[in-house]
Design a protein. Structure first.
Lengths: 254, 308
């Protein structure tokens, strides 16, 4: 936490000096409502660069990072013991985001310096490795790499290079597909402007992802009135079972 | 048509869920097994988190078991008296089972133990049933399609005190064996996290000597209570019962259970046992393979505190 704060304060210093270019941002939706029919959502992110000075020589690049709510996650590794595969080792990553997407206007290696990436924590490995606190097994690198690999395969972590369109060094836009297995919470969206690999401006906003309507009601009930919810589930099951039996009897007799 | 499940926090196809519920419901109606050992892995496959899958399938099992039981009650193929005795033993057994489960959890590796339990018990039960029922079919063929009624076996079961008459099963035996069977099944069911139908059904046939037709309905009767209890426990302690998910599964499930009961009544008892044996062996084989074959991804992710 303290380290993050220091990093944040450090990051403010050069920005204040070089804030000649500011980001004006638009979002297709400032909040995502999860209804019963929710099946993923495309988030359109667009904006413009406001500047009072002439356009510098070096081309402008844009990086957009969206980070879902973080939580602890356990990574287990199977090993062969006595001829069978068992979970032999595990580490607990103190905090990893449920969703993470990085879209950039060019190949990330070219538009972003490694040092700048470390300072701002832009790529997903920075977002995870920065928060590992418990180390029980010698080499945790394998575990975090596996975490990223698995999350990338199921679409929770995305790396979208050349996905941001930049016009006239001023207008930019991209579209990021939010998956259907979205976790509730605040999604932090950060937009970075870079020139020659260095961040020249940054903008941050939060997209709220919330269950609404029936989804909200059922979720709250399951959490807050668990006994009633459990009894209701059983009642519905018994009534449905009885109902089906009654309907089938009618069909057979009729 | 996709539907977002509020507790599982994923969006899945509603018709897929109806289909899954239906298939498991049919099997449940035919064999008198709750189907927990089938539906839970199927739900993992669809992308439902394991904890939600386990809790919600218990709820779905209540519905399909009620549906199946009512169909059996109509045909008078339920031994309610036997059901109560088994249930009494079963509730005590599952109480002890939860204690054992928590003890194993404190030692770690409970997941492995559950899997080994599955392989050993499913393997033994499946193999024994398969051999026995094949012999029964051969005998029936030789006797020209009609199975000669065996003389009632006289073993240790009949030498115990506290005899009770179980009219629907045509048995006059001591209450101790059913109580013990109920206890043992309840214990295993709690440790393995299933309703216990696939252990209960063979135990009733081979240990208690109940007629196969009565066994299915009586097993369903017993499963309703075990699964209901499990649902409530999960809802209160883990908040992992997903009502919309359960609803879609059980709509498919109750319809399937009705169809299944109809199929089960038409099948011959030996055939029923062969098919159940094959089903049990198939599940056993799948779990054994998972343990033996090198997985393509040796790493797995879980929320902290989850069993798997």
């Amino acid at each position: 936490m303290i380290r993050a704060l220091i990093l944040f304060l450090l990051s403010l210093i050069p920005l204040k000096a070089a804030a000649q270019e500011e980001i004006v941002l638009g979002l297709s939706q400032s909040e995502v409502a999860i209804t019963a029919r929710f099946d993923g959502s495309d988030m359109l992110i667009f904006g413009a660069v406001k500047r009072e000075t002439p356009i510098p020589e070096q081309p402008l690049e844009v990086i957009i990072a969206i980070e879902g709510p973080s939580g602890p996650i356990t990574v287990r590794r199977k090993d062969r013991r006595f001829g069978i595969w068992v979970n032999a080792a595990e580490i607990e990553v103190a905090s990893a985001p449920a969703f993470y997407a990085v879209a950039s206007s060019g190949p990330l290696e070219q538009v972003l310096d490694r040092i700048e990436n470390e300072r701002y924590g832009i790529t997903v490995d920075r977002a995870i490795q920065a928060v590992i606190q418990t180390v029980e097994y010698g080499n945790t690198q394998d575990f975090t790499e596996a975490l990223i690999r698995i999350q990338q395969e199921n679409g929770s972590y995305q790396r979208l290079e050349n996905a941001v369109a930049v016009d006239q060094q001023t207008l930019f836009r991209t579209s990021i597909a939010l998956p259907s297995n979205l976790t509730e919470g605040g999604y932090k969206a950060r937009i970075f402007l870079t020139r020659g690999g260095s961040v020249v401006s940054m903008f941050e906003t939060v997209i709220d992802v919330r269950k609404v309507g029936l989804e909200r009601f059922l979720y709250n009930m399951a959490q807050e009135q668990a006994t009633l919810y459990g009894l209701l589930s059983i009642l519905i099951a018994v009534v449905a079972g009885w109902g089906a039996s009654a309907v089938f009897r009618l069909i057979r007799n009729g | 048509m996709h539907i977002y499940l509020p507790i599982a926090e994923v969006s899945v196809n509603a018709f897929l869920l109806l289909g899954l519920g239906g298939v498991v419901g049919i099997l449940s109606g035919i064999f008198g097994v709750g189907g927990g050992f089938l539906i839970t892995p199927l739900l993992f496959f669809v992308g439902i988190p394991p904890t939600v899958a386990v809790a919600t399938s218990a709820n779905q099992i209540v519905a399909s078991s009620v549906s199946g039981l009512l169909a059996h009650l109509k045909r008078k193929t339920v031994d309610l008296k036997m059901g109560y005795v088994l249930l009494a033993g079963g509730l005590v057994g599952s109480g002890f089972g939860v204690l054992i489960f928590n003890y194993l959890k404190s030692l770690g590796q409970v997941d492995l133990l559950v899997r080994l339990c599955y392989v050993v018990f499913l393997g033994i039960i499946g193999a024994l049933m398969f051999v026995e029922s094949l012999r029964a079919i051969q005998r029936a063929r030789k006797a020209g399609g009609v199975l000669p009624r065996k003389r009632k076996q006289r073993n240790w079961v009949h030498a115990l005190p506290f005899k009770m008459r179980f009219r629907a099963s045509g048995l006059y035996i001591s209450a101790i064996p059913p109580l013990l069977v109920g206890f043992a099944v309840g214990l295993l069911a709690a440790v393995m996290g299933v309703g216990g139908g696939f252990i209960m059904v063979p135990a009733m046939i081979y240990i208690l000597g109940m007629p196969t037709k009565v066994v299915v309905g009586t097993s369903l009767f017993q499963i309703i209570f075990v699964a209901g209890f499990t649902t409530l426990l999960h809802a209160i302690t883990n908040h992992t019962v997903d009502l919309p998910l359960a609803l879609f599964l059980l709509i498919g499930g109750v319809i399937g259970a009705q169809l299944g009961t109809g199929i089960g009544v038409k099948l011959r008892a030996e055939m029923l046992r062969v098919l159940l044996a094959l089903l049990v062996l198939a599940v056993c084989g799948k779990i054994a393979l998972e343990l033996l074959i090198e997985p393509s991804e040796i790493y797995s992710l879980a929320k902290p505190g989850a069993a798997e």
